[in-house]
Design a protein around this ligand. Sequence first.
Ligand code: AHG
Ligand code: MN
Ligand code: MN
Length: 344
Amino acid sequence: MSPDSLPNMKIAASTVVGTTLREHVLMGMHAAPNATGEFTSLINHLSLAIRVFNSKVRAAGLAKLLGYTGETNVQGEEVQKLDAFANDVLLNVLQRSGHCGVIGSEELDEAVFHDHPGKYVVLFDPLDGSSNIDCNIDIGTIFAVLRRADPGDAGSLADALRPGREIVCAGYVVYGPATVFVLSTGHGVHGFTLDPNVGEFFLSMPDIRVPDHGKMYSCNEGNHARWSPAVQRWNAWIKSEDKAEGRPYTHRYVGSLVADAHRTLLKGGIFAYPADSKSMTGKLRLLYEANPISYLLEQAGGAATDGTSRILDMKPTSLHQRVPLVIGSKAEVATFASFVRGER
Ligand code: AHG
Ligand code: MN
Ligand code: MN
């Protein structure tokens, strides 16, 4: 072999095997001056928990994991077996990692504090879209990572009750036709797809940007009668015909936040779960759902609000707090806000 052919071989090798999630996070850490490797290790542990859980999702029907456990969680909802399993896997792997001083889960009444001083706080919705499990519709996992103010202290609830703008990393996984992991560490949003045969996530959607405008709107219109007049006016506007303004928008609603948010991230438009007369402060949880999803939308150039204020500026008051959530392209989110202000 002539030495001249070596450079070409190198190029070929780098394109044959894509960038793994692990490599991607490591490359980002090389650029951080004081990186100790703990963050990379934390993401690797999260990825391990997700791959373990993914293998159970793919065999859920066979492994008799579908159906209810018979227990009720802190939100008053029935806990499905997969919810419980996802929670156990994440909790177990994160505790073992040694990097988490505080862990909060939608499925746990209280936050978990660790004896050893872990640098990070991890908050997660272990299984999002529980009502869709039995129908083979996309479900997911959502998480946010914060750095503890003082890792030397005993962990406290205050470590978790911080505004979303302090998040250092957030992500979600969609267990859909493919398993997709969408992640941001504060430098844009990147998507990875699991190759199930290799057991690795490979970079498949680098630098995702939310389009400035979209054609789709997403909400549970079954709640229409319970919405405020302002939200009803927005809803009537978005589906009314006006060719010049590109209306009506097309309606899409999966009922799993991860799937609705993922589509909104890629295609733009708007997803809204406003407050209503039954869910007076909204339905989605600030710490496990609204904050991480809003962080990702903003990192990708989109917007996230409760209708009047930026989600990431909210100061949480309790672990399981719920908020109205409106996310999407900046233009569509701004239009929603103008209806709420009574300008339209
Ligand atoms: P979870 O399965 O974690 O309890 O979350 C369910 C959430 C969210 O995924 C989705 O956006 C919303 O509930 C759907 O609510 P509706 O069924 O009221 O539309
Ligand atoms: Mn959820
Ligand atoms: Mn859940």
